[in-house]
Ligand binder design. Structure first.
Ligand code: FAD
Length: 447
């Protein structure tokens, strides 16, 4: 069925960290699209974003018996791990679904060439439908309730209706387009974590090639020329490496002759701003070749390394955090706070804040945490019905986000969101009306 001309609200330039209402304080561009078509029949649960959170939400909602459609803007599922070659899968949670996914994809160091196909298979086996190459450009909102998504596709603008929509875009695009309140950046200056191009090098000596997981480890890893930290610092001081590269992290790859390089760093990139994304893409890829030259010269075991795979897109660590009815704090994750309305149990990962203004970490080293709970209210937007958030865009502070953003926690958040959305759709309730004990039962917490 064809509707009258639709005017879609474009991306919002948030006021950089302040609590921003999607429709109010930001610059809103009206984007006129061609006539919009209603696509297919309404679904129970519509998920936007095919990263770990979206995939987990899709599988778990479909396993609850919901009619599920997952839409993704690019041609492959997997989110940052596949599109930006981010890995290994870090963090953890007391969530059987996370273990199931790790088993399925071959552990924490999966082959990024196949990971998207495993995610697709898991969705298909659960009975969920997938739509790729469909970019959410608007939300259908009636009386404060999200009723579906507007998508830009090669066949024009499509509108899909749903009982419950899950925003798993990482950037909180759907919630923002629907007018949700959000935060960006750290409180003092609203800056977000830097962006990076991670890439795969091949041809390394599988026995000799050093590994370095963090700033802390860089001081411990030995080379003939001193600690890895000293080698990097010297190259930085002579201009061989740019000033913002203070640590060259080298992770194990899927094959023994491969390493994942996490070193490039572009500060002051807002991943929701196209000019920043353009600058970041080009500068970070230039940096990647500079780091390769440095590795071949100074990295034991990297003398014959080459770039085996460059990612499709720039890696974005942090953008919008959608304000929910609850809010996870730094204190919560450091003290391992337990919550009666928990939907992700025992999330575990350090507070890992890459310095938004200079090299290395914002706090010298990553801060240790205790296994903490994520309450349901962090997934429920404060002012909108019909919508849940999942993954790195849930409600929490800049510091807490720096812990819960990793993939294994995103998977567990997605599993909770999908389960809750299916229950809400089945019962004809709004997500905020659900009794959390029903979600916990469906997640197997009490069995
Ligand atoms: C450089 C870098 C290094 C990192 N290192 C690690 C690491 O070593 N280990 C680890 O576990 N984590 C790491 N992370 C963090 C982790 O990758 C992400 O935080 C995690 O993938 C978040 O999962 P998500 O599902 O919320 O979002 P994403 O993985 O970003 O997935 C979101 C999906 O939504 C899609 N999407 C976005 N907008 C739209 C739209 N408007 N319409 C339709 N689809 C849309 C995207 O294409 C994407 O597929 C790193 C991140 C970066 C950037």
């Amino acid at each position: 069925m064809r509707n009258r001309r639709q005017f879609l609200r474009g991306a919002l330039t948030g006021a950089g960290g302040a609590l921003v209402s999607g429709g109010m304080a930001a610059t809103v561009q009206a984007v006129e699209l061609a006539e919009e078509q209603r696509y297919g029949q309404p679904v129970d649960v519509l998920i936007c974003g095919g990263g770990p959170a979206g995939m987990a939400a899709g599988v778990m909602a479909a396993r609850q018996g919901a009619k599920v459609l997952l839409v993704e803007r690019y041609g492959r599922l997997g989110g940052m791990a596949v599109q930006a070659l981010v890995g290994p899968l870090m963090g953890g949670a007391d969530c059987p679904f996370v273990d199931e996914v790790l088993n399925r994809i071959g552990g924490r160091h999966p082959d990024p060439n196949r990971m998207d196909l495993e995610y697709a298979a898991m969705l298909e086996e659960a009975g969920a439908s997938i739509m790729l190459h469909a970019w959410a450009m608007g939300a259908v909102v009636e009386d404060g309730c999200v009723k579906g998504i507007r998508l830009l596709t090669k066949q024009g603008a499509l509108r899909i209706s749903a009982k419950v929509t899950i925003d798993a875009t990482g950037d909180g695009d759907v919630a923002c387009l629907a007018g949700a309140e959000f935060e960006k950046g750290r409180p003092a200056d609203k800056l977000m974590q830097p962006a990076s191009i991670m890439y795969l090098v091949g041809g390394v000596d599988s026995d000799e090639a050093i590994l370095c997981g963090s700033e802390e480890e860089a001081h411990q890893v030995r080379t003939p020329a001193g600690s890895w930290h000293e080698v990097v610092a010297k190259a930085q001081s002579t201009g061989e490496l740019p000033p913002e590269i203070g640590v060259v992290r080298l992770y194990r790859g899927h094959r023994s002759t491969e390493r994942i390089v996490n070193a490039t760093q572009i500060n002051r990139v807002d991943g929701t701003q196209v000019a920043d994304l353009t600058r970041g893409e080009i500068e970070a890829r230039r940096q990647a070749y500079g780091v390769l030259d440095f590795l071949r010269k100074h990295g034991p075991g990297y003398e014959n390394a080459h770039i085996a795979m460059m990612p499709a897109i720039l890696g974005i660590r942090e953008t919008r955090r959608i304000r929910g009815v609850d809010y996870l704090t730094r204190e919560d994750v450091i003290t391992g706070r337990k919550r009666p309305d928990v939907v992700v149990r025992s999330a575990s990962f350090v507070i890992d804040i890459h310095n938004p203004t200079g090299p290395g970490q914002a706090e010298n080293f990553a801060t240790r945490t205790q296994p903490y709970d994520i309450p349901y209210g962090c997934l429920v937007p404060r002012s909108l019905d019909g919508l849940l958030t999942a993954g790195r865009c849930i409600s929490g502070s800049h510091d807490a986000h720096a812990s819960y953003r990793v993939q294994c926690i995103a998977l567990a958040i997605g599993a909770a969101a999908g389960t809750a959305a299916a229950l809400a759709a089945e019962r004809g309730q709004q997500p905020r009306q659900l009794d959390v004990s029903h979600i916990q039962n469906a997640l197997g917490f009490n069995s």
